[in-house]
Design a protein around this ligand. Sequence first.
Ligand code: ARG
Length: 588
Amino acid sequence: MKKILECISEEMKNAFEAAGYERELGKVTISNRPDLCEYQCNGAMAGAKQYKKAPIMIANDVAAKLEGSKVFAKVEAVAPGFLNLTLENTFVGEYIKEMRTAEKFGVEEPEKVREIVIDYGGPNVAKPLHVGHLRSAVIGESVKRIARYMGHNVTGDIHLGDWGQPMGLIMNELKIRKPELVYFDETYTGEYPAEPPFTISELEEIYPFASKRSKEDSEYKENAMACTFKLQSGVRGYRALWNHIIAVSVTDLKKNYENLNVEFDLWNGESAVHDLIPGMVDYMKKEGYAYLSDGALVVDVKEETDTKEVPPCMILKSDGAALYNTTDLATIMMRMEQNKPDELIYVVDKRQELYFDQVFRCARKTKLVNEDTEMKFLGFGTMNGKDGKPFKTREGGVMRLENLIKEINEEMFKKIIENRDVEEAEARETAKIVGLSALKYGDLSNQASKDYIFDIDRFTSFEGDTGPYILYTTVRIKSILNKYMENGGNVEVANIQAPVNQSEKQLMMELAKFNTSMEAAYEETAPHKVCSYIYDLANAFNHFYHETKILTEGDEVKKAGWIALLALTRDVLETCAYLLGFKVPERM
Ligand code: ARG
């Protein structure tokens, strides 16, 4: 379906042409003076020089051609030469009617379906999820849903941190605590037990303990490194133990991500590319990309236009060990083989920007990717507390994600109970759904790269630019539609009519921006654009709602028209909520 701005511009271009001017001058934009008009065209100003005429004369010529237009109710040529435009109600009504029946409310299928891999989540095995991982999961999930909705093939990969030093630390500590475990008996040749020798809470306690100790005790650290080495070189018992660590940890992660409404297609970890690394390294050496520098194997990635220094990308350390870089590069190689992506998107803390810059340059230079493969770093800022410093628990520790969610749900529950007479069990259920919207909307409504302040009180408010406000508005619409149906009305057969007042027209004009806004959100990888779209839409709806007595309207056709409009508004709001990764409850 054509965008509304295209339809309007088309009409204007025809008028410029009919008046003897160049078509392209007829570009229309949304008015920057909404008090004066709805849309505007500045083409007469732009054409003045070329036609050696006062802009107002051109504007007058064009306005004359638009008399009787089916698109514009009013075209005013005003000094020095602007065209102020007001849309015809029937035109707006017709557009919205078509939007209601169009596939995806008028979002067109892409000319070329792109293959996209999104790398997001990025949790580390055996470490509890903390708020830093929240942003990656929340933003990545939304970026994925938006791209899919636009018609592209998208694969989401969690890229688990499951292979480096932390693994050795855990195993070494286990060995100290439970030396009798069969996994450490290198002469053992039998089957290993199916049951893991630890629980998730034990694992989560072990890692920070071991990590702290390794910083204080160099012998301890060396032993841990030896364990990492044994794991990576394939010692059976270590591999078996590692499998348990992964399984226990992944089960727990799945539960956590499920609570967040976040899903991954691939649960690959850094370990998935271990066997690809030697081949990749050989290739980089053979082609002359990689060379030895102080014993380490590196690839130069600096470019002439650099304004700050971009250090070489290190492929292997001097002891021959692989690094974070190495697994990322090998992962790119694997994705190119398995998914043949046109685009790779990484949703990672923006402090890793320079690192990804090196990795991307290296991948491009060494031709791991095709010339036209896009690599995009979507770096996000820090979630801060009210003090402007990175968010912490009240005691000053790192906040675990599940505790953060609990806090939000508790606050939401309080507000729901305050507002309404509702059973506790139902209020708890609703608080979970609404709490998730508070958390996600609070994050996604900011441009990803910016830091933001996590403010539970504001995020859970039913008023203002918040998730609960959006849900509350949608639930309000649902309840009107339910009442209409209880009184024998049929929402499905109700037909959109031309708007009868300004607030109804405003609501329609907001709805009409759906395809444009979603396209922008996709193209700019910007979920916050979905938020600002639904915020405007929810405001326009509430304005209309306060000015219009819908259910008591006596004119049935008019009433049905409003009901149809409400149903469309509900569907659009629910679709956007889905794209942001949360749901709308039936009641609130
Ligand atoms: N596990 C990493 C961390 O916690 C994030 C992974 C980001 N993705 C990647 N492909 N490097 O910092």
